[in-house]
Design a binder for this molecule. Structure first.
Ligand code: SF4
Length: 316
């Protein structure tokens, strides 16, 4: 029996320090089906908000984790295996978290539903919101994010602008670049205009660093990333790896931990090592064992070996 069904981590992250991840929707329910998604293809593309997982159940796990685990946490981050704002109880959950701990709450979201007042209201008590905005032109938006047809980039930008007007916390806007898809000068210019309206506190520039959902989603070079960073000005920072969907869980059943992490997205041995805070040498034998059992497999991408779940094992 897994110790926590809805928590993973804490994971070390440049942006959020040591962050405990909280899954709000089952894998993989999302408003988008991004070509670069690290956690696989969207199996349920929807805009319908529901209480996919009981808020009380999640709160009970968080409370138990905070009591039982000695590790210090910098952020509780809502994100995980899909789009967290699809959870209709996210506002109640954030308020519940605030009632039991002073650890700041971060929400990692694609921002697609921000045009709904109820979603904006739900996130008001968060400390940091990290929305993504990979495109502002309709054709580029459709190509990279493959949204549910009811979404438009105009509505997404409008929603973010409205949220900025009422939200007092930090907004860190993330843009993930795929070569030849959303990196042309015209799109960059339009993004900059949108950013001027949204007024985020930071702009996080990212690219494809893990095996993507589509093989043709390829990364920009470091030099290209630097140029884009310069173009966006002083609020822009490059984020190296991690973060769009942070990972890892607590507990020390090594094989189960590794599987739980890899169910969320493919990772290299080094990533696993950093996330689990366990030396590579110690992890290697467990990874090899899982390969022998054919529960995970190796896949080469960008000169590195990533491991991913081969077949879904029964979740207890
Ligand atoms: S990257 Fe995020 S927004 Fe895009 S499909 Fe994956 S889970 Fe959804």
């Amino acid at each position: 029996m897994k110790k926590y069904q809805h928590l993973y981590g804490p994971v070390p992250s440049r942006r959020l320090g040591r962050s405990l991840g909280i899954d709000l929707v089952p894998h993989k329910i999302c408003t988008y089906d991004c070509i670069y998604c690290q956690i696989g293809k969207t199996t349920q593309k929807t805009w319908v908000r529901e209480e996919y997982i009981s808020v009380n159940e999640i709160l009970e796990e968080i409370e138990r984790f905070l009591k039982e685990e000695a590790s210090s946490i910098d952020y509780l981050s809502l994100g995980g295996s899909g789009e967290p704002t699809l959870h209709s109880g996210i506002g109640r959950l954030i308020r519940g978290i605030k009632a039991i701990t002073s650890i700041p709450v971060a929400v990692i979201t694609n921002g697609a539903l921000f045009y709904e007042q109820s979603v904006r209201d739900d996130l008001l008590m968060a400390d940091v919101v990290l929305p993504s905005m990979d495109a502002v032109s309709r054709d580029v938006f459709e190509k990279i994010n493959r949204p549910n047809p009811s979404f438009s980039p105009e509505r997404m930008v409008e929603g973010l602008v409205e949220f900025r007007k009422v939200f007092n916390g930090q907004i860190w806007l993330e843009i993930l670049f795929c070569k030849g898809v959303n990196d042309h000068p015209g799109e960059l210019l339009r993004m900059k205009e949108a950013i001027d309206q949204i007024r985020p506190d930071q702009i996080h520039i990212n690219t494809v660093v893990r095996p993507p959902s589509e093989k043709w989603a390829t990364p920009l070079s470091q030099k290209e990333m630097e140029k884009i960073k310069e173009f966006f000005g002083e609020k822009a920072i490059l984020i190296p790896e991690f973060d769009r969907h942070s990972f890892v869980l607590a507990g020390r059943d090594m094989e189960e931990e590794i599987l739980n992490i890899l169910r969320r997205r493919p990772l290299s041995l080094n990533d696993l090592s950093k996330g689990m805070d366990i030396p590579v040498e110690e992890l290697e034998s467990h990874v090899q064992l899982l390969i022998q059992k054919r529960t995970i497999k190796a896949r080469s991408f960008g000169g590195s070996i990533f491991y991913e779940v081969e077949k879904e094992i029964e979740r207890s």
